[in-house]
Design a binder for this molecule. Structure first.
Ligand code: MSP
Length: 517
């Protein structure tokens, strides 16, 4: 089908966004842009998760009305997405009336099916994760197995969703569909979890005497909906499920839900079972990426090591001669290039600067700058194809790129896709050294020189197409310098020989070398 529906998690608004949040959404944006390049009709959904005790407590601690507190955080998230040049199609807020309506319909439907019941319950509650645990699941006598914080014992009556009813179906589904959870390490994690324990029913309500900041539970005025149950439903309410919207029929099921590895259980277990119970199709893939750390430590307020993406972009922009566009693209590139798919990585400004200097200034920037300079110098910027043949020196790496770039990106493996692209850039740079165009010029070998200039321009054009999903502003600037007019950026543009001539505009280097000290 010619559609692609992808989602980011919806972000808690109890604190400001940091580079970890930026990471998930940049991955989503690169995928969205890539799918549009393939000619797909794309729907990219992001948004904010606005309910639950944590948020209520955060607002209270600042002495602000909960709603005002949330609205200002939502603005901050939106500003960040704008500054990272994200091309999302809809921003969902769980406080949105249509979302609440959908949550209500979902609960009513599941109740009518007999999949929701009320029961007395006693368990250990983690406020950080807003999750109940049984005694045997706790670690170090009393701590949450996910965030290692202390849990509180709570006994209360609540509503439950019958996860256990679907256990057999789910186990079979998982073993028949290894691609459902990616990368493989996360798939194995879920399988391991299922082998070691049976599924217990999910508590989906919270009594109002304890938590008031939530969606009213449709079956009982004394309760609100558990924040995670409400939150997961955003993936269908964002398309108008239950409200007769045509977007839902067209785009559902999701092709990919991008998440961080910490919220795997909710997405890879609860969510498909909720969908099965609703008789809806199961998404194509849950993709769980790794975490950004600072010197091997988790980012946290108490350690004071949180990297604020606004400050970071402002700093890098200053280093790059006040270019916010370049800084944004460099940061996007760094996030996609620095850590192999699924693994954790360490963030530091020095690592970002090193990437800018080695890949963006030396390899890419230099290639574009000196190539276009030569075009100006030798043929006054007018470059034309003579033989139309791809040079033999390019064939292997270009072939690799054509064959595998697409496959890597579809698997969320931006790291290896960019590796291929930069290998090709390396080959063009080497071709320039080896061809010694200055000697061709001196010796009056006009045709050979013309062929050479065309090859490097066509190589750069192809590079800019592949670069587009990751660095859209840079790709457009290269496109413009090659005199190609309004960028279209379709993957089919990446074939050799698509462009016959170029009219080069000389510009300043794309990325200067920078120094933090
Ligand atoms: N609200 C839930 C998600 C509900 S989705 C139906 C939530 N929100 S969150 O704001 O805490 O986290 C959102 C995303 O940011 C998660 O995917 C999480 O993995 C990611 N990250 C948070 N810190 C991170 C890093 N340090 N590094 C990479 N990503 C991290 O969970």
């Amino acid at each position: 089908m010619n559609k692609f529906y992808l989602t980011s998690p919806i972000y808690y608004v109890n604190a400001n966004p940091h580079i970890g949040h930026a990471y998930t959404n940049v991955i989503c944006d690169c995928m969205a842009r890539f799918q549009r390049m393939k000619g797909k009709e794309v729907f990219f959904l992001t948004g904010t998760d606005e309910h639950g005790e944590k948020i209520q407590k955060a607002a209270k601690s600042q002495g602000v009305e909960t709603k005002d507190f949330i609205d200002s955080k939502v603005d901050t998230f939106k500003k960040l997405w704008q500054s990272l040049n994200l091309s999302y199609d809809f921003f969902i807020r769980t406080s949105w009336q249509d979302h609440k309506e959908t949550v209500k319909k979902v609960i009513e439907k599941l109740y009518q099916k007999g999949d929701i019941y009320k029961s007395k319950y006693s368990a250990f509650y983690c406020l950080g994760c807003e999750t109940f645990w049984t005694k045997s699941q706790l670690i170090e006598s009393g701590k949450c197995p996910e965030c290692q914080r202390d849990c509180e014992k709570i006994s209360e009556e609540n509503y439950f969703f019958r996860l256990s009813k679907y256990e057999d179906w789910f186990k079979k589904y998982i073993s028949d569909n290894p691609e459902f959870i990616r990368p493989a390490i996360r798939y194995n994690e879920v399988r391991g979890f299922l082998e070691n324990q049976s599924l217990t029913d999910l508590c989906i309500s919270r009594p109002k005497k304890r938590v008031t900041w939530g969606i009213d539970f449709p079956l009982d005025d004394n309760y609100v909906v558990y924040v995670w149950f409400d939150a997961l439903i955003n993936y269908i309410s964002g398309l108008g499920y239950g409200l007769g919207k045509k977007e839902f029929d067209f785009f559902w099921p999701a092709d990919i839900h991008f998440i961080g590895k910490d919220i795997l259980r909710h997405h890879a277990i609860f969510w498909p079972i909720m969908l099965k119970a609703l008789d809806l199709e199961i998404p194509g893939c849950i993709f769980a990426h790794g975490w950004w750390k600072i010197e091997e430590e988790k980012m946290s307020k108490s350690k004071g090591n949180i990297v604020n993406p606004f400050d970071l972009i402002a700093r890098v922009s200053g280093l790059l001669g006040d270019s916010k566009d370049m800084a944004t693209d460099a940061f996007r590139y760094f996030l996609m290039r620095e850590i192999p798919v699924g693994l954790d990585g360490n963030f530091s400004l020095q690592a970002l600067v090193d990437r800018i200097n080695s890949d963006l200034a030396n390899d890419l920037g230099n290639l574009v700058y000196r190539s276009l300079n030569m075009c100006q110098k030798y043929v006054q910027g007018k470059v034309k194809s003579i033989s139309g043949q791809i040079p033999v020196e390019f064939q292997q790496k270009f072939g690799n790129l054509e064959k595998n770039y697409d496959q890597f990106i579809l698997k969320g493996d931006f790291y290896r896709a960019l590796d291929l692209l930069f290998e090709f850039i390396g080959v063009i740079n080497k071709y320039i050294e080896d061809s010694q165009p200055w000697n061709l010029h001196k010796a009056g070998k006009e045709n050979q020189l013309a062929d050479f200039l065309y090859n490097i321009c066509e190589g750069i054009r192809v590079v800019s197409v592949y670069l587009y999903p990751i660095m859209p502003k840079t790709a457009s600037s290269v496109w413009d310098q090659l005199g190609l007019g309004k960028p279209s950026f379709l993957l089919s543009d990446a074939c050799w020989g698509k462009q016959n001539s170029f009219l080069i505009k000389k510009e300043k280097p794309l990325f200067p070398r920078i120094d933090v000290n």
